[in-house]
Write a new protein. Structure first.
Length: 321
């Protein structure tokens, strides 16, 4: 079966590779990885975002961040079927060559330790999307589980401005509500929630309120529906049908062309039945067919994200690989 081009704005396979360098993205006989090249290719993978996420038990400095970048180059980009996406032109070239685009993202700026030259270095290395925090507070902002529920610090505000200038996308998925609204006010560019669902459907702080969804739609940002079972359904077993309820809520708020995917594969230790790795993602498209047009489904699975990236990534790479 031919699948629509698939874009997934969040996975944590790099973090798993960081924890165990014996694992292989090319070929994973251990079964420990969700995201492998083979599965992306099988699913019609077009662009996959790879998040740099440093687990809590590791040091907070730049070293594990740079190790993650090194792993991204050695373990992901070394595959001949993968191409680094830094610019709109790269997307086009990857598509022409039939290669899967790899987008490097950073989840939590803790490791930058207030160093703006480190941010620029990461940009030069290919980082094109940044979430200020993971779940806790850092020097830039408070994450969603931080008890004081603060917003952005002065330096966090500078970081937002610098990302706008460089052409790094801003991702609000782990921010507090206060941080969300401060970033929405401050950012001169549309922003994304790479892996968050609808709070009206599943009341979890990692999900977006209807007002937040409306605000993202108003600036022509993007919302990546995620497959984290506990962000999909509050109690009982989450199903593919429950995922569609989140999609429908965003559509009802006017966001059909603002939807995309942010699976969180490899960032979760339990999965929704039928959505446990990229090879299974097309099943969601099949389940959506009775309710949505082919065009809407194609938009949701890839075109909405590609259009956003083409509009908001720098037009040319500073380098290519
Ligand atoms: Zn996350």
């Amino acid at each position: 079966m031919k699948h629509d081009p698939l874009v997934d704005f969040h996975c944590d396979v790099l973090s798993k590779l960081l924890g165990d360098e014996s694992l292989s993205f090319d070929n994973d006989p251990t079964g420990k990885l969700d995201v492998t090249y083979e599965r992306l290719a099988q699913a019609g993978g077009c662009i996959q975002a790879f998040a740099i996420y440093i687990p809590e038990h590791m040091e907070r400095g730049l070293r594990p961040v740079l190790r993650s970048v090194d792993l991204f180059y050695r373990s992901i980009l070394s595959h001949p079927g993968i191409k680094l996406i830094c610019s709109a032109r790269d997307i086009n070239e990857a598509q022409q060559a039939g290669r899967i685009g790899a987008l490097l993202t950073l989840e939590g700026v803790d490791g930058l330790q207030e160093d703006f030259s480190a941010l620029r270095v990461l940009f030069h290395l290919g980082v094109r999307s940044i979430g200020l925090t993971w779940n806790h507070a850092n020097w830039a902002a408070d994450g969603v589980l931080e008890p004081r529920q603060g917003g952005l610090t002065g330096k966090g505000r500078r970081l937002v401005k610098l990302c706008n200038e460089l052409g790094i996308l801003l991702d609000v998925s782990h921010l507090t509500d206060k941080g969300f609204w401060e970033l929405a006010d401050l950012s001169s560019k549309p922003f994304i929630a790479s892996h968050s669902n609808s709070r009206a459907i599943c009341d979890h702080p990692r999900n977006l309120t209807d007002d937040q969804i409306r605000a993202i739609i108003a600036v022509d940002g993007r919302i990546g529906i995620t497959f984290v079972p506990w962000f999909v359904r509050k109690s009982g077993e989450a199903t593919v049908t429950d995922v569609i309820r989140h999609i429908e809520n965003v559509c009802e708020l006017g966001g059909a062309s603002h939807l995309m995917l942010g699976s969180d594969y490899d960032g979760i230790d339990s999965h929704i039945a039928g959505l446990s790795h990229p090879g299974e993602t097309p099943r969601l498209a099949e389940a959506m067919q009775p309710y949505y047009t082919d065009e809407q489904i194609a938009g949701f699975f890839g075109k909405n994200a590609i259009q956003f990236l083409e509009s908001h990534l720098p037009s040319n790479s500073s380098h290519s690989i």
